[in-house]
Design a protein around this ligand. Structure first.
Ligand code: NAD
Length: 346
Protein backbone atom coordinates (compact mmCIF):
# COMPACT_ATOMS: atom_id res chain seq x y z
CA UNK A 1 0.00 0.00 0.00
CA UNK A 2 1.24 3.45 -0.89
CA UNK A 3 1.59 6.11 1.84
CA UNK A 4 0.36 9.57 0.99
CA UNK A 5 2.57 12.59 1.67
CA UNK A 6 1.15 16.07 1.26
CA UNK A 7 3.88 18.51 0.26
CA UNK A 8 3.51 22.21 1.08
CA UNK A 9 6.46 23.87 -0.67
CA UNK A 10 5.43 27.34 0.60
CA UNK A 11 7.51 30.45 -0.05
CA UNK A 12 11.08 31.63 -0.64
CA UNK A 13 13.53 28.73 -0.51
CA UNK A 14 10.68 26.37 0.52
CA UNK A 15 10.09 24.99 -3.00
CA UNK A 16 13.84 24.49 -3.56
CA UNK A 17 14.57 22.56 -0.36
CA UNK A 18 11.38 20.47 -0.53
CA UNK A 19 12.14 19.43 -4.10
CA UNK A 20 15.68 18.40 -3.08
CA UNK A 21 14.38 16.39 -0.11
CA UNK A 22 11.67 14.67 -2.19
CA UNK A 23 14.36 13.38 -4.55
CA UNK A 24 16.04 11.81 -1.50
CA UNK A 25 12.71 10.31 -0.35
CA UNK A 26 12.08 8.82 -3.78
CA UNK A 27 15.56 7.30 -3.84
CA UNK A 28 15.29 5.81 -0.36
CA UNK A 29 11.79 4.42 -1.05
CA UNK A 30 13.21 2.65 -4.10
CA UNK A 31 16.14 1.29 -2.09
CA UNK A 32 13.90 -0.05 0.71
CA UNK A 33 11.10 -1.07 -1.63
CA UNK A 34 8.15 0.90 -0.26
CA UNK A 35 5.74 3.08 -2.14
CA UNK A 36 4.98 6.79 -1.63
CA UNK A 37 2.61 9.18 -3.35
CA UNK A 38 3.13 12.94 -3.28
CA UNK A 39 0.44 15.60 -3.51
CA UNK A 40 1.49 19.25 -3.60
CA UNK A 41 -0.74 22.08 -2.30
CA UNK A 42 -0.64 25.86 -1.99
CA UNK A 43 0.20 27.14 1.47
CA UNK A 44 1.39 30.36 3.09
CA UNK A 45 2.17 33.35 0.90
CA UNK A 46 1.83 31.26 -2.28
CA UNK A 47 -1.74 30.40 -1.22
CA UNK A 48 -2.55 34.04 -0.40
CA UNK A 49 -1.44 34.91 -3.94
CA UNK A 50 -3.46 32.06 -5.45
CA UNK A 51 -6.72 32.37 -3.51
CA UNK A 52 -6.44 34.99 -0.78
CA UNK A 53 -6.03 32.57 2.17
CA UNK A 54 -2.80 31.18 3.71
CA UNK A 55 -4.48 27.85 4.52
CA UNK A 56 -7.12 27.13 1.85
CA UNK A 57 -9.85 24.59 2.70
CA UNK A 58 -8.59 22.24 -0.01
CA UNK A 59 -5.07 22.27 1.48
CA UNK A 60 -6.40 21.62 4.98
CA UNK A 61 -8.59 18.72 3.79
CA UNK A 62 -5.62 17.14 1.98
CA UNK A 63 -3.44 17.53 5.10
CA UNK A 64 -6.10 15.92 7.30
CA UNK A 65 -6.23 12.90 4.98
CA UNK A 66 -2.45 12.53 4.60
CA UNK A 67 -0.16 10.04 6.32
CA UNK A 68 2.37 12.83 6.72
CA UNK A 69 2.83 16.47 5.73
CA UNK A 70 6.11 17.90 4.52
CA UNK A 71 6.49 21.69 4.58
CA UNK A 72 9.22 23.95 3.14
CA UNK A 73 8.77 27.36 4.77
CA UNK A 74 6.33 30.25 4.67
CA UNK A 75 6.54 34.03 4.78
CA UNK A 76 8.50 36.85 3.26
CA UNK A 77 8.53 40.63 2.91
CA UNK A 78 5.91 40.53 0.14
CA UNK A 79 3.18 39.60 2.66
CA UNK A 80 4.70 41.40 5.66
CA UNK A 81 2.25 44.30 5.80
CA UNK A 82 -0.91 42.42 4.87
CA UNK A 83 -3.59 41.57 7.41
CA UNK A 84 -3.58 37.98 6.09
CA UNK A 85 -0.15 36.58 6.90
CA UNK A 86 1.46 33.34 5.70
CA UNK A 87 2.51 32.47 9.27
CA UNK A 88 -1.18 32.41 10.30
CA UNK A 89 -1.61 29.44 7.95
CA UNK A 90 1.04 27.52 9.86
CA UNK A 91 -0.52 28.24 13.26
CA UNK A 92 -3.92 27.25 11.83
CA UNK A 93 -2.56 23.98 10.45
CA UNK A 94 -0.82 23.01 13.72
CA UNK A 95 -4.00 23.73 15.62
CA UNK A 96 -6.37 22.00 13.16
CA UNK A 97 -4.26 18.83 13.20
CA UNK A 98 -3.73 19.08 16.98
CA UNK A 99 0.05 18.87 16.59
CA UNK A 100 0.93 19.70 20.17
CA UNK A 101 4.59 18.67 20.37
CA UNK A 102 7.42 20.03 18.27
CA UNK A 103 10.65 18.01 18.23
CA UNK A 104 13.85 19.75 17.19
CA UNK A 105 17.07 17.75 17.43
CA UNK A 106 20.27 19.81 17.55
CA UNK A 107 23.34 17.68 17.01
CA UNK A 108 26.76 18.91 16.05
CA UNK A 109 28.50 16.98 13.30
CA UNK A 110 32.18 16.80 14.43
CA UNK A 111 33.37 17.94 10.97
CA UNK A 112 31.36 21.17 11.36
CA UNK A 113 32.67 22.19 14.78
CA UNK A 114 34.59 25.06 13.21
CA UNK A 115 31.34 26.48 11.76
CA UNK A 116 29.79 26.99 15.15
CA UNK A 117 30.32 30.52 16.48
CA UNK A 118 31.25 28.92 19.80
CA UNK A 119 34.65 27.54 20.73
CA UNK A 120 35.15 23.96 19.61
CA UNK A 121 35.58 22.63 23.16
CA UNK A 122 32.20 24.13 24.13
CA UNK A 123 30.17 22.59 21.30
CA UNK A 124 31.94 19.24 21.13
CA UNK A 125 29.45 16.41 21.61
CA UNK A 126 26.36 18.66 21.62
CA UNK A 127 23.27 16.49 21.19
CA UNK A 128 20.06 18.17 22.37
CA UNK A 129 16.43 17.36 21.65
CA UNK A 130 14.12 20.32 22.16
CA UNK A 131 10.48 19.41 22.85
CA UNK A 132 8.39 22.55 22.45
CA UNK A 133 4.68 22.69 23.33
CA UNK A 134 3.13 23.86 20.09
CA UNK A 135 -0.59 24.59 20.34
CA UNK A 136 -0.96 26.53 23.59
CA UNK A 137 0.36 29.61 25.36
CA UNK A 138 0.74 33.12 24.05
CA UNK A 139 0.51 32.25 20.35
CA UNK A 140 -2.99 30.84 20.68
CA UNK A 141 -4.44 32.96 23.52
CA UNK A 142 -6.98 35.72 22.99
CA UNK A 143 -5.54 38.77 21.23
CA UNK A 144 -6.86 42.28 21.80
CA UNK A 145 -6.03 45.52 20.14
CA UNK A 146 -7.15 49.04 20.99
CA UNK A 147 -5.82 52.31 19.62
CA UNK A 148 -2.85 52.55 21.99
CA UNK A 149 -2.98 49.22 23.80
CA UNK A 150 -2.62 45.54 22.89
CA UNK A 151 -2.58 42.23 24.74
CA UNK A 152 -1.92 38.52 24.07
CA UNK A 153 -3.27 36.08 26.62
CA UNK A 154 -1.03 33.21 27.80
CA UNK A 155 -3.03 30.21 29.01
CA UNK A 156 -2.05 26.61 29.77
CA UNK A 157 -4.08 23.72 31.13
CA UNK A 158 -2.65 20.73 33.01
CA UNK A 159 -3.82 18.52 30.15
CA UNK A 160 -1.75 20.50 27.61
CA UNK A 161 1.33 20.43 29.84
CA UNK A 162 1.10 16.72 30.60
CA UNK A 163 0.80 15.58 26.98
CA UNK A 164 3.86 17.63 25.93
CA UNK A 165 5.84 16.55 29.00
CA UNK A 166 5.12 12.88 28.27
CA UNK A 167 6.72 13.28 24.83
CA UNK A 168 9.84 14.70 26.49
CA UNK A 169 10.08 12.01 29.19
CA UNK A 170 9.52 9.20 26.68
CA UNK A 171 12.20 10.67 24.39
CA UNK A 172 14.62 10.95 27.33
CA UNK A 173 14.16 7.24 28.03
CA UNK A 174 15.37 6.50 24.49
CA UNK A 175 18.29 8.93 24.86
CA UNK A 176 20.49 9.82 27.86
CA UNK A 177 17.67 9.85 30.42
CA UNK A 178 17.64 13.55 31.33
CA UNK A 179 14.95 16.25 30.95
CA UNK A 180 15.47 19.96 31.61
CA UNK A 181 12.12 21.73 31.91
CA UNK A 182 12.40 25.45 31.20
CA UNK A 183 9.91 28.02 32.49
CA UNK A 184 9.66 31.39 34.20
CA UNK A 185 8.11 30.17 37.45
CA UNK A 186 9.53 33.07 39.48
CA UNK A 187 7.20 35.46 37.61
CA UNK A 188 4.48 33.75 35.56
CA UNK A 189 1.47 31.85 36.92
CA UNK A 190 1.35 29.65 33.80
CA UNK A 191 4.98 28.71 34.50
CA UNK A 192 4.16 27.81 38.13
CA UNK A 193 1.42 25.48 36.87
CA UNK A 194 3.90 24.14 34.29
CA UNK A 195 6.53 23.36 36.94
CA UNK A 196 4.08 21.77 39.39
CA UNK A 197 2.51 19.63 36.66
CA UNK A 198 5.82 18.44 35.20
CA UNK A 199 7.10 17.61 38.70
CA UNK A 200 3.96 15.64 39.56
CA UNK A 201 4.07 13.68 36.29
CA UNK A 202 7.75 12.93 36.86
CA UNK A 203 7.09 11.60 40.37
CA UNK A 204 4.13 9.53 39.19
CA UNK A 205 5.40 7.94 35.97
CA UNK A 206 9.00 8.82 35.15
CA UNK A 207 11.11 8.33 38.29
CA UNK A 208 13.78 6.62 36.14
CA UNK A 209 14.37 9.87 34.19
CA UNK A 210 16.38 12.70 35.76
CA UNK A 211 14.47 16.01 35.86
CA UNK A 212 15.90 19.50 36.32
CA UNK A 213 14.01 22.82 36.22
CA UNK A 214 15.59 26.01 34.91
CA UNK A 215 14.39 29.58 34.44
CA UNK A 216 14.29 30.65 30.82
CA UNK A 217 16.61 33.65 31.18
CA UNK A 218 19.47 31.71 32.75
CA UNK A 219 18.78 28.71 30.48
CA UNK A 220 19.24 31.00 27.44
CA UNK A 221 22.72 31.74 28.77
CA UNK A 222 23.59 28.17 29.77
CA UNK A 223 22.53 26.71 26.41
CA UNK A 224 25.40 28.74 24.97
CA UNK A 225 27.95 28.50 27.79
CA UNK A 226 27.41 24.81 28.56
CA UNK A 227 25.29 23.20 25.81
CA UNK A 228 26.77 19.78 26.53
CA UNK A 229 24.87 19.64 29.85
CA UNK A 230 21.48 19.28 28.08
CA UNK A 231 19.82 16.12 26.79
CA UNK A 232 16.05 16.72 26.34
CA UNK A 233 14.80 20.29 26.78
CA UNK A 234 11.08 20.64 27.50
CA UNK A 235 9.45 24.03 27.26
CA UNK A 236 6.33 25.99 26.36
CA UNK A 237 5.49 27.53 23.00
CA UNK A 238 7.08 31.01 23.10
CA UNK A 239 10.21 30.01 25.02
CA UNK A 240 10.64 26.99 22.72
CA UNK A 241 10.39 29.13 19.61
CA UNK A 242 13.18 31.41 20.79
CA UNK A 243 15.45 28.83 22.43
CA UNK A 244 15.32 26.44 19.47
CA UNK A 245 16.54 29.16 17.11
CA UNK A 246 19.24 30.06 19.61
CA UNK A 247 20.34 26.41 19.73
CA UNK A 248 20.37 26.12 15.95
CA UNK A 249 23.62 28.08 15.82
CA UNK A 250 25.33 25.37 17.86
CA UNK A 251 25.16 23.02 14.87
CA UNK A 252 26.90 25.45 12.51
CA UNK A 253 24.03 26.60 10.25
CA UNK A 254 20.28 27.01 10.57
CA UNK A 255 20.06 25.22 7.21
CA UNK A 256 21.08 21.91 8.78
CA UNK A 257 18.27 21.19 11.19
CA UNK A 258 14.95 19.43 10.74
CA UNK A 259 11.87 19.23 12.92
CA UNK A 260 8.74 17.17 13.55
CA UNK A 261 5.41 18.42 14.87
CA UNK A 262 3.46 15.53 16.32
CA UNK A 263 0.03 14.86 17.79
CA UNK A 264 -1.51 11.84 19.47
CA UNK A 265 -1.35 9.53 16.42
CA UNK A 266 1.32 8.83 13.84
CA UNK A 267 0.46 11.71 11.53
CA UNK A 268 2.94 14.58 11.69
CA UNK A 269 4.10 17.78 10.03
CA UNK A 270 7.78 17.88 9.11
CA UNK A 271 9.79 20.96 8.17
CA UNK A 272 13.29 22.39 8.31
CA UNK A 273 13.58 24.84 11.20
CA UNK A 274 14.66 27.72 8.99
CA UNK A 275 12.31 30.26 7.45
CA UNK A 276 11.78 31.16 3.81
CA UNK A 277 15.22 32.88 3.58
CA UNK A 278 14.06 35.52 1.06
CA UNK A 279 17.63 36.83 0.75
CA UNK A 280 18.79 33.65 -1.01
CA UNK A 281 15.52 32.43 -2.57
CA UNK A 282 15.46 31.38 -6.22
CA UNK A 283 19.25 31.01 -6.48
CA UNK A 284 19.52 27.26 -5.79
CA UNK A 285 22.02 27.94 -3.00
CA UNK A 286 19.95 27.06 0.08
CA UNK A 287 21.21 24.20 2.19
CA UNK A 288 18.65 21.38 1.83
CA UNK A 289 20.03 19.23 4.68
CA UNK A 290 17.48 20.57 7.20
CA UNK A 291 14.68 19.54 4.83
CA UNK A 292 16.35 16.18 4.19
CA UNK A 293 16.78 15.61 7.95
CA UNK A 294 13.05 16.40 8.27
CA UNK A 295 12.06 13.68 5.79
CA UNK A 296 14.18 11.22 7.79
CA UNK A 297 12.05 12.17 10.83
CA UNK A 298 8.92 11.73 8.68
CA UNK A 299 9.97 8.21 7.76
CA UNK A 300 10.65 7.36 11.40
CA UNK A 301 7.63 8.89 13.14
CA UNK A 302 4.83 8.73 10.56
CA UNK A 303 5.71 5.85 8.24
CA UNK A 304 7.53 3.49 10.62
CA UNK A 305 10.48 3.21 8.21
CA UNK A 306 13.28 3.35 10.79
CA UNK A 307 15.94 1.73 8.58
CA UNK A 308 15.28 4.18 5.74
CA UNK A 309 15.42 7.10 8.22
CA UNK A 310 18.75 5.92 9.63
CA UNK A 311 20.14 5.41 6.13
CA UNK A 312 19.38 9.04 5.21
CA UNK A 313 20.94 10.29 8.45
CA UNK A 314 24.04 8.19 7.80
CA UNK A 315 24.27 9.51 4.23
CA UNK A 316 24.12 13.12 5.52
CA UNK A 317 26.80 12.30 8.06
CA UNK A 318 29.05 10.68 5.46
CA UNK A 319 28.75 13.43 2.85
CA UNK A 320 29.66 16.03 5.48
CA UNK A 321 32.56 13.84 6.59
CA UNK A 322 33.71 13.77 2.96
CA UNK A 323 33.82 17.58 2.97
CA UNK A 324 30.78 18.24 0.76
CA UNK A 325 29.45 21.66 1.68
CA UNK A 326 26.81 24.17 0.62
CA UNK A 327 27.54 27.90 0.70
CA UNK A 328 26.33 28.50 4.26
CA UNK A 329 28.99 25.96 5.30
CA UNK A 330 31.72 27.59 3.27
CA UNK A 331 31.44 25.28 0.23
CA UNK A 332 30.19 25.72 -3.31
CA UNK A 333 27.63 22.93 -3.79
CA UNK A 334 24.23 24.09 -5.00
CA UNK A 335 20.99 22.98 -3.33
CA UNK A 336 20.27 20.21 -5.87
CA UNK A 337 23.91 19.04 -5.81
CA UNK A 338 23.72 18.61 -2.03
CA UNK A 339 20.67 16.36 -2.51
CA UNK A 340 22.49 14.41 -5.24
CA UNK A 341 25.41 13.92 -2.84
CA UNK A 342 23.09 12.51 -0.16
CA UNK A 343 21.46 10.22 -2.74
CA UNK A 344 24.92 9.10 -3.84
CA UNK A 345 25.71 8.01 -0.25
CA UNK A 346 22.40 6.20 0.27
N1 NAD B 1 8.31 27.59 9.79
C1 NAD B 1 8.42 28.59 8.92
O1 NAD B 1 7.91 28.51 7.81
C2 NAD B 1 9.20 29.81 9.30
C3 NAD B 1 10.15 29.78 10.33
C4 NAD B 1 10.90 30.94 10.58
C5 NAD B 1 10.68 32.09 9.84
N2 NAD B 1 9.72 32.08 8.88
C6 NAD B 1 9.49 33.25 8.00
O2 NAD B 1 10.54 33.30 7.05
C7 NAD B 1 10.76 34.66 6.67
C8 NAD B 1 12.25 35.00 6.79
O3 NAD B 1 12.61 34.89 8.17
P1 NAD B 1 14.08 35.13 8.74
O4 NAD B 1 14.91 35.82 7.70
O5 NAD B 1 13.93 35.69 10.08
O6 NAD B 1 14.66 33.65 8.97
P2 NAD B 1 15.25 32.60 7.92
O7 NAD B 1 15.44 31.34 8.66
O8 NAD B 1 14.41 32.55 6.71
O9 NAD B 1 16.67 33.21 7.50
C9 NAD B 1 17.66 33.57 8.49
C10 NAD B 1 19.05 33.54 7.83
O10 NAD B 1 19.43 32.17 7.63
C11 NAD B 1 19.70 31.93 6.25
N3 NAD B 1 19.13 30.63 5.91
C12 NAD B 1 17.91 30.17 6.24
N4 NAD B 1 17.71 28.95 5.73
C13 NAD B 1 18.83 28.63 5.05
C14 NAD B 1 19.23 27.48 4.29
N5 NAD B 1 18.43 26.42 4.12
N6 NAD B 1 20.46 27.49 3.73
C15 NAD B 1 21.27 28.54 3.89
N7 NAD B 1 20.96 29.65 4.61
C16 NAD B 1 19.75 29.69 5.17
C17 NAD B 1 19.00 33.03 5.48
O11 NAD B 1 19.62 33.26 4.23
C18 NAD B 1 19.10 34.20 6.45
O12 NAD B 1 20.34 34.82 6.31
C19 NAD B 1 9.87 35.50 7.58
O13 NAD B 1 8.73 35.86 6.85
C20 NAD B 1 9.54 34.59 8.74
O14 NAD B 1 8.27 34.88 9.31
C21 NAD B 1 8.99 30.97 8.58
Amino acid sequence: MSQNIVVLPGDGVGPEVTEAAIQVLIAVAEKFDFSLTFESHDFGGAAIDACGEPLPDETLSACKAADAIFLGAVGGPKWGVHTKRPEAGLLGLRSALNLFANLRPVKLHPALAAHSPLKEERVKGVDILIVRELTGGLYFGEKKREADKASDLCEYSKFEIIRAARVAFEAARRRRGHVTSIDKANVLETSRLWRETVTALHEKDYGDVELRHELVDSAAMKLITNPGSYDVVLTENLFGDILSDECSVLAGSIGLLGSASLGAGTQGLYEPIHGSAPDIAGKNIANPLGAIASVAMLLRHSLGEEDAAKTIEKAIYTMLDEGMRSRDLGGDLMCDQMADAVIGWL
